[in-house]
Ligand binder design. Sequence first.
Ligand code: CDP
Ligand code: MG
Length: 153
Amino acid sequence: MQRSFILLKPDCVQRRLMGQVISRFEQKGLNFVAMKMLQITPDLAKQHYAEHVEKAWYPTLEGFITGGPVVAAVVEGLEAIQVVRDMLGATSGLKASAGTIRGDFSSSRQMNLVHGSDGPEAAEREIALYFNDEELCGYEPTITPWLRAADED
Ligand code: CDP
Ligand code: MG
């Protein structure tokens, strides 16, 4: 069982796509174990996107990601990190395959609606950046026996 951090970016909130995006993850079988709305500060943006702070395009990314409320969440499931990345599609909505969230809803390299952790280290770091332990609500969904066989883990 693995946890991944997802962030519904300001374009997702403003375009009223939160429900559709959350539904896709739920329909896939991922389990939401934490969620909150917040406004990202420039300081938090620099921590979240530490690997990109020196890039030429970082200032416009910071303006975008701090420009409206976001929804931070943690999802849980088998291979959740890769499953979420595959569901998001390529970074640019113009390059992302049809059927992915970015491919279906975004026509932008920057305004690509949803962030997802790119590996186990990033997931751990990002979950800790947005949530404390008491905010993580792990539980066993009663539907699990109808999502996969008992020996699949
Ligand atoms: O989100 P992902 O891991 O697919 O892409 P990234 O290369 O790690 O970039 C992080 C985020 O920066 C992207 O999701 C875009 O929102 C933004 N970005 C941008 O504004 N301009 C670029 N040239 C590349 C990425
Ligand atoms: Mg990335």
